[in-house]
Write a protein that binds this ligand. Structure first.
Ligand code: TEU
Length: 544
């Protein structure tokens, strides 16, 4: 594989560093913990890791409020340790992607502190989006935009001006019209590329460009997507972002071993391709897939659209089931409405853990058999579920406070990983340490150790799938074809002889003939039929 296209069918493992592994026992994950677990990740068989923001930050939004883009949060370690970790990962054949947060800084970033200290109209304020308020005394926000975690997208400062924040008030939005902002991020990218990182996930890639007129939206609440039918949204998915990313691509390509960008862009179906042209970003998360209910027809449609849309610009499709913003899919798939995802918007529904786990196994084998790239969120390979009963006093997501305690937010998918042992902290930290979010007692049967001991565990399934994905020619190529299959099921071929069958109907279905079983997400039934909520990988006999 040429060095500059490794990402086209890579499996990238998301490390939420705060919750991955805590070497020093302060309750928070750290770089030393990550280093100690790199062999685990190499053995799992992923190609790369993406590390959520690890920069100095007041952690008002879990680190997506960066106060210094060129250093490491002291709780996580030092720049030296970061450089060593990157070298060790490379030594194990793992690439390392970081998370860059260009839409907003922390309110503790020196730039924002300078802006607050400077007068209205000053160059310091022009790095952000400060405006006068409306009403006779300017006491009304400049427009009607809403913030993601609740409340208006504007906060008033001591001298009466307001500043824009699409997320928490501690996350003021940068003004990307300002050349200084652009130059600063070019320099930040180079800083980390020079340290050896292989690429970046770009946070809120669809939000950086704002209509300078900041017109009213007329929408009742915050929406992550461009409103249906609205081509000219004042802050989502505007043409101006492409100019920024063309500049970034030139920087990535100036390194002999071409660095890579992954877009986090919540855009309308069909619009993602615009971000993935030759001179822009490389790849992007496929949230349509994450949000799709486990229903054959809906999945077939999303899969087809994902592949064909991106093929128009030569980009590979990608697949993702969970991340640090969404309810873990074991829990989602255990619900009647499996497409319900975001913990920022929806009420909770009862979930059947056994059913959810069974479907999560089926979904994993589906995802890993599809052409293109895939993302694994830490802990999904252990079968972790969403922790929905965290005590209220433990909740940290700004959504909890900002919503006036009406939504619990995203902490339930961010609970520190269980590695070993029978009691908390389950090897996340040293014995006696207290993880920053409490772990459920029954995670004793979800530890990496417990998974390891059980041949039928989620971890063993992921590892087998990732190994076969590497060694099976059909799964390496781009070739993908649907085959006819009973209603409520999916059947597709990869290359000459690899088949994947997914039964999402209520009845067992026969398997295609003349095939050998390579891998299955669960036991076949006594007659050799494929039971509901089960996926198999099959090898077609060569005689065909
Ligand atoms: O999320 C971007 C985003 O649009 C979120 O509102 C997302 O849709 C929501 O969390 C889904 O529940 C990114 C990060 O992934 C998230 O963790 C940050 O809070 C956010 O940006 C602000 O930086």
């Amino acid at each position: 594989k040429p060095n500059d296209s490794w990402w086209r069918n890579a499996v990238i493992y998301q490390v939420y560093i705060r919750s991955f592994a805590d070497a020093d026992g302060d309750g928070t994950g750290d770089i030393a913990g990550l280093r100690s677990r790199l062999p685990y990740l190499a053995r799992l068989g992923v190609d790369a890791i993406w590390i959520n923001p690890w920069y100095p930050s007041p952690l008002a939004d879990g680190g997506y409020d960066v106060s210094d883009y060129r250093d490491i949060h002291p709780a996580y370690g030092t720049l030296d340790e970061a450089a060593q970790m990157i070298a060790e990962a490379h030594g194990l054949g793992l690439r390392v992607l970081l998370d860059i947060v260009p839409n907003h800084t922390s309110d503790q970033h020196p730039w924002f502190q300078e802006a607050l200290a400077a007068p209205p109209g000053s160059p310091e304020r022009d790095r952000y989006l400060f405006r006068d308020g409306r009403g006779d005394d300017g006491s009304l926000p400049p427009n009607d935009w809403h913030a993601a975690f609740g409340g208006p997208a504007w906060t008033r400062t001591a001298d009466g001006q307001w500043y824009l924040h699409l997320f928490a008030p501690e996350q003021p939005d940068l003004n990307w019209e300002n050349p200084e902002v652009r130059a600063e991020f070019d320099s930040i990218l180079r800083f980390w590329f020079d340290l050896g990182v292989d690429g970046f996930r770009i946070d809120v890639a669809h939000g950086m460009d704002k209509d300078p007129a900041l017109p009213d939206l007329g929408l009742p609440e915050f929406s992550v997507l461009t409103a249906e039918g609205q081509d000219d949204h004042p802050h989502w998915d505007r043409d101006g972002v492409h100019d920024i990313f063309r500049g970034w691509r030139a920087i990535a390509d100036s390194y002999p071993d071409r660095r890579v960008f992954v877009a986090e862009a919540h855009v309308r179906p069909g619009r993602l391709a615009d971000y993935l042209r030759d001179d822009e970003l490389h790849t992007a998360f496929n949230f349509d897939f994450l949000k799709c209910p486990l229903e054959a027809d809906r999945l077939r449609e999303v899969i087809d659209r994902s592949i064909t849309d991106l093929a128009t610009v030569g980009a590979p499709a990608t697949w993702v089931l969970s991340n640090h913003d969404e309810t873990r899919h074991v829990t989602r798939y255990g619900r009647a409405h499996t497409g319900v995802t975001t913990p920022l918007r929806h009420q909770r529904h009862p979930s059947d853990l056994a059913l959810g786990t069974r479907r999560a196994r089926a979904a994993a084998l589906l995802m890993l058999a599809l052409p293109g790239g895939a993302y694994i969120y830490q802990g999904e390979e252990l079968g972790l579920y969403e922790v929905e009963d965290l005590p209220e006093e433990a909740l940290q997501d700004p959504a909890w406070e900002r919503s006036g305690h009406t939504v619990r937010g995203r902490d339930g998918c961010r609970v520190p990983l269980p590695w070993t042992g029978d009691t908390p902290p389950f090897g996340f930290g040293p014995p006696g340490s207290v993880p920053w979010l409490p772990q459920p007692a029954d995670w004793r049967s979800y530890t990496a150790e417990a998974n390891e001991a059980d041949p039928a565990s989620m971890l063993r399934l992921y590892r087998s799938a990732l190994r076969l994905r590497r060694t099976t020619p059909g799964l390496n190529g781009e070739d993908f074809r649907w085959l006819d299959s009973p209603e409520g099921t999916l059947l597709f071929a990869r290359g000459q002889d690899l088949l994947c069958a997914v039964n999402l109907s209520d009845e067992p279905v026969p398997l295609p003939e003349d095939c050998g079983l390579l891998l299955t997400s669960g036991p076949l039934d006594d007659d050799g039929l494929l039971p509901p909520d089960t996926t198999v990988w099959l090898q077609r006999d060569q005689i065909m």
